[in-house]
Design a protein around this ligand. Structure first.
Ligand SMILES: C[S@@+](CC[C@H](N)C(=O)[O-])C[C@H]1O[C@@H](n2cnc3c(N)ncnc32)[C@H](O)[C@@H]1O
Length: 275
């Protein structure tokens, strides 16, 4: 079996390029989830914010607007194409430092008021080391607010398409439970446990359930579902005729009648750095 590629390679390859190309659409689709994250982060003017796995910059840019010119944002990611997209976007409010670095080991100054992340903390190879490093990036009393996916079966926006593809191709062997991936923290207790062990206080998870609009019709929703996330991964190595059958199965599974709105289920995890 081939060695799994590292997250740095993964997010600098075609996946990172695709996220950069689809930035506007992804941010539109995920907007209701982004709102829940920013509500949980409760940013105040003048705060220093660290965005982990900032990708194409949406949450860093929104945070900069909320904290205003007296605040500061550091936005960190390992993906060059996604950071390039982020840097090209118009910004206002607090200055943003875009940093290409690995959050697990980057030497942060212990000066941040808030660490936040939209779907960036499930991809660590060593979650305990990474969260301990993020805790050290906070001043005493600083806050963490991160958004992670719950289970596949609770996320119809992925699972409808995934089940359709699996009617055509065999299901791949499951990844080990602690392997990096979008559903790494589907078990909220695993997330609060690692936050506790990393030295955070008051770690808690709150479910966030929002329908998200993945396409203006079944055709657009199919395009979205097969281009990003785990379903794109299932299709990647298929020969052209099998891929075509799998995409046709996804198209047939999408609800008809205009806008396609499917359920998305996340954990909003919050914690504080001890005083
Ligand atoms: C699912 S994407 C989310 C991107 C962005 N936060 C968003 O919501 O659009 C996950 C991001 O985490 C980044 N990432 C993965 N491992 C990382 C690490 N160890 N340090 C920093 N960023 C990482 C990836 O490069 C990618 O941009």
């Amino acid at each position: 079996m081939p060695e799994p590629i590292s997250q740095v390679e993964y997010w600098n390859g075609d996946v990172g390029e695709r996220w950069a190309t689809m930035q506007a659409e992804l941010d539109r689709v995920f907007a209701p989830l982004t709102d829940a994250l920013l509500a949980g982060a409760a940013l105040r003017p003048g705060e220093r914010v660290l965005d982990i796995g900032c990708g194409c910059g949406e949450t860093a840019l929104l945070a900069a607007g909320r904290i205003g010119p007296s605040g500061a944002v550091a936005a960190l990611d390992v993906s060059r194409p996604m950071l390039a997209r982020a840097q090209a976007r118009p910004a206002s409010g607090a200055p943003i430092a875009w940093i290409e670095a690995d959050a697990q080991i980057h030497a942060f100054a212990a000066e941040h008021d808030v660490v936040l992340s939209r779907f960036g903390v499930m991809f660590f190879e060593d979650s305990l080391a990474a969260f301990a490093n993020l805790r050290r990036a906070l001043r005493p009393g600083g806050r963490l607010a991160v958004l992670c996916w719950r289970t596949l079966s609770e996320n119809a926006w992925v699972n409808v398409a995934r089940r359709a593809v699996l009617s055509v191709v065999p299901e791949p062997a499951p990844s080990p439970p602690e392997a990096p991936g979008p559903f790494r923290f589907a078990d909220g207790d695993a997330l609060t446990d690692v936050l506790d062990r990393a030295g955070f206080a008051r770690a808690a998870v709150t479910p966030v359930d929002r329908p998200i609009e993945i396409g203006s019709d079944a055709e657009a929703a199919t395009r979205f579902a097969v281009t990003v996330g785990p379903v794109a991964g299932l299709l990647r190595d298929l020969d052209a005729p099998t891929r075509e059958r799998a995409v046709a199965a996804v198209r047939a599974a999408m609800p008809e009648g205009g806008l396609v709105r499917l359920g998305a289920a996340c954990w909003l995890a919050t914690a504080v750095a001890p005083e």
